[in-house]
Design a protein around this ligand. Structure first.
Ligand code: FAD
Length: 477
C-alpha cells in the first residue's frame, strides 16, 4: 500500500473511487486486496444511498442479449454467488425464476428469449402450464407457457454493498463519507486532485462510479460528456405472511422496451412487485404515487392473481442511472486515467465480476497492483436470529441475541450492535435497516424504532432523539 501524505495536506492514493454504491464498493474491495492504495469518496453519509439501495436484488443469470460486456460480466458473476455470499455473510438464494407467457404472442417472445439464453450459455427450459404450476403454485393458472431459468437468484443488495465496503476498509481502503467531489484538477504529472468538504485527495487513477451523477464527475474531470438521467422505478412490498408462500421469482415476458413488472421474493421473506419505469429530470425524486402503485399491483396480479392490496405493507422508489450506454466499464476517451463504471439496470448482477474487470483494465493502463497474500477475503459472520436453528448455542455465544428488538423480522440487539460497530458502521436508523433488515416488516419500525434509536445513540454518542432517521433527517424532528 502506498498511500502518502503530501506536504500540502493532500492525501495521495493510487486509485480514488468516486461513489459508494454497489459498483464503487465492489471495485474498491477488489483493489484493496492488492498493493495499490485506494480511497472511496461518497457524497452521502453512508454507503449504498443511490440506486443500490432501491432495487429488487435480482441476481440475474440473464438480462439481455449475448455479445455485450454486461452479459459477459453477468456470466462471470452468477455461478459464484454462493461462494461470494458465503465469504461476505450476505443472504443469497438461487431459487430460479419462471417467465410467464399468458397468450400466444408472449409464448413466441419466450421462444426468442430462450434462444438468447442458449446463445449466452445460460440454462433455460420451456415448461408446460402443468409444469409451471408445479414450479410455482401461485403462478397464474391461465399461463400458456413458461420459461424456467434455474440460475436466477435473489440477494440482499444493501447488505452486499455494505459488505463490499467493509471488505475494502478491512483491507486498508480509506472511505470518506459526506464527501461529494466538487472539483477535479488535472495535474502536470497526470494525476488528478479531487476536492471535497472532507479534504482534498490526489489519485493516479480515478474510478467514476457516481451512478446517475457520473456525467457530472466526468465533466469535472474534463472527460467526455456522459448523458445520464434518472429512470424511476416504483415498488410495492408484500408482507411475509403472503410472500413466504412464493417459491420462485415470477417474471413477465419482456417487451422490446421494458422488462416490465415482476414478482420477486426477497431474501428477507417479503416480496417486491415492480419496478415501474419513468424518466425524470430530478435525481432526488424518489416519491411514489397512487396511480402507478395501483397499476403495478394490477400488472403483478396478472402473474400471481392471489396478490391483494391488503398484503402490501410499503411502497418505495429508486432511480436507475439511465443513459444511452446502459453499461460502462471503460476508460474515458479524453482523460486516459479516468475509468467509468456505471450500470443502469443490472449493477448488482455484474458487481462480483466488475471489480476484477476494472482491476485488469487499470493494470493494463500501468497501475502497479500486486495481489496481497495477506489480504482478508472473508468477513466475520453475523449469525441471524431469524434463521438460527440452535438458539441455546446462539444465546450462549452472545446473550444479546435473546433480546429481540425488531419483532416483525426477529432482529436482536446483538445483530444491531454488530451493525453499529462494523468497519463501516451504521450511523442512522436507515443504516441499521440496511445492515440487519430491522424495520422491514409489517410495522415498518413503528414498534422498534425507539429501541433501535436508543442502541444507535449509545454507539454514535448522541441522544436518542438526535439519531438520524436517514441521511436527511432526525427521529426527533
Ligand atoms: C428500481 C430499480 C430496480 C433495479 N433492479 C435491479 C435488479 O434487480 N438487479 C440488478 O442487478 N440491478 C438492478 N437495478 C440496477 C442497480 O440498482 C444499479 O445498476 C446499481 O445500483 C448501480 O450502482 P452504482 O454503484 O453505479 O450507483 P449508485 O448506487 O447510485 O451509487 C452511486 C453513488 O455515487 C455517489 N455520488 C454521486 N455523485 C458523487 C460525487 N460528486 N462525489 C461523491 N459521490 C458521489 C452517490 O451518492 C451514490 O451513493 C435496479 C435499479 C433500480 C433503480
Amino acid at each position: 500500500m502506498t498511500q502518502m501524505n503530501s506536504s500540502t495536506g493532500t492525501d495521495r492514493f493510487d486509485v480514488v473511487v468516486v461513489g459508494g454504491g454497489v459498483l464503487g464498493t465492489s471495485v474498491a474491495a477488489r483493489l484493496a486486496a492488492t498493493s495499490a492504495s485506494v480511497c472511496v469518496l461518497e457524497a452521502a453519509s453512508d454507503v449504498c444511498e443511490g440506486a443500490s439501495k432501491g432495487n429488487a436484488g435480482t441476481a440475474c443469470s440473464y438480462y439481455g442479449p449475448p455479445g455485450t460486456l454486461e452479459t459477459e460480466l453477468i456470466n462471470r458473476s452468477y455461478p459464484h454467488w454462493e461462494e461470494l455470499c458465503g465469504r461476505l455473510g450476505v443472504a443469497y438464494r438461487r431459487g430460479g425464476a419462471i417467465m410467464l407467457a399468458l397468450d400466444d404472442a408472449e409464448a413466441e417472445t419466450l421462444g426468442h428469449t430462450l434462444a438468447e439464453l442458449d446463445e449466452a450459455g445460460v440454462r433455460g427450459e420451456m415448461k408446460t402450464p402443468a409444469e409451471v404450476a408445479q414450479l410455482e403454485p401461485l403462478a397464474n393458472m391461465a399461463t400458456v407457457a413458461g420459461l424456467w431459468m434455474p440460475d436466477e437468484g435473489v440477494i440482499d443488495p444493501m447488505a452486499l454493498t455494505v459488505a463490499y465496503a467493509n471488505l475494502a476498509v478491512t483491507n486498508g481502503a480509506q472511505l470518506r463519507l459526506n464527501a461529494p467531489v466538487t472539483t477535479i484538477r488535472r495535474l502536470d504529472d497526470g494525476s488528478m486532485e479531487l476536492a471535497t468538504p472532507q479534504g482534498t485527495v490526489r489519485g493516479r487513477y480515478v474510478v467514476n462510479a457516481a451512478g446517475v451523477r457520473a456525467g457530472d464527475v466526468s465533466e469535472l474531470a474534463g472527460g467526455e460528456p456522459l448523458r445520464s438521467w434518472p429512470r424511476k422505478g416504483q415498488y410495492a412490498v408484500l408482507d411475509r405472511r403472503f410472500a413466504e408462500q412464493l417459491q420462485r421469482t415470477v417474471f413477465c415476458t419482456h417487451s422490446p422496451t421494458t422488462k416490465g413488472i415482476n414478482v420477486v421474493p426477497t431474501t428477507h421473506g417479503s416480496a417486491l412487485l415492480g419496478p415501474t419505469a419513468q424518466d425524470l429530470e430530478d435525481a432526488g425524486d424518489t416519491s411514489t404515487d397512487r396511480d402507478q402503485v395501483e397499476a403495478l399491483i394490477e400488472s403483478a396480479r396478472r402473474l400471481v392473481p392471489s396478490i391483494t392490496r391488503d398484503v402490501v405493507i410499503k411502497t418505495f422508489a429508486a432511480n436507475r442511472p439511465a443513459s444511452e450506454e446502459p453499461h460502462r466499464l471503460r476508460f474515458d476517451q479524453t482523460v486516459a486515467n479516468l475509468l467509468h463504471v456505471t450500470n443502469r439496470s443490472a449493477g448488482v448482477s455484474v458487481s462480483p465480476a466488475a471489480g476484477a474487470y476494472a482491476l485488469d483494465l487499470l493494470r493494463d493502463a500501468g497501475l502497479d497492483a500486486e495481489d496481497r497474500p495477506d489480504a482478508v477475503r472473508a468477513l466475520p459472520s453475523t449469525p441471524r436470529l431469524r434463521t438460527a436453528t440452535d438458539l441455546n448455542t446462539l444465546f450462549a455465544q452472545d446473550p444479546l441475541y435473546a433480546q429481540v428488538v425488531c419483532a416483525c423480522e426477529s432482529v436482536s440487539a446483538a445483530e444491531i450492535n454488530r451493525a453499529l460497530t462494523s468497519p463501516v458502521p451504521a450511523c442512522s436508523l436507515d443504516g441499521v435497516r440496511k445492515r440487519t433488515g430491522a424495520m422491514y416488516g409489517r410495522c415498518q419500525g413503528s414498534l422498534c424504532a425507539a429501541g433501535i434509536s436508543f442502541l444507535t445513540a449509545l454507539h454514535t454518542n448522541t441522544g436518542p432523539r438526535d439519531v438520524k432517521q436517514t441521511a436527511h433527517g432526525t427521529v426527533g424532528q
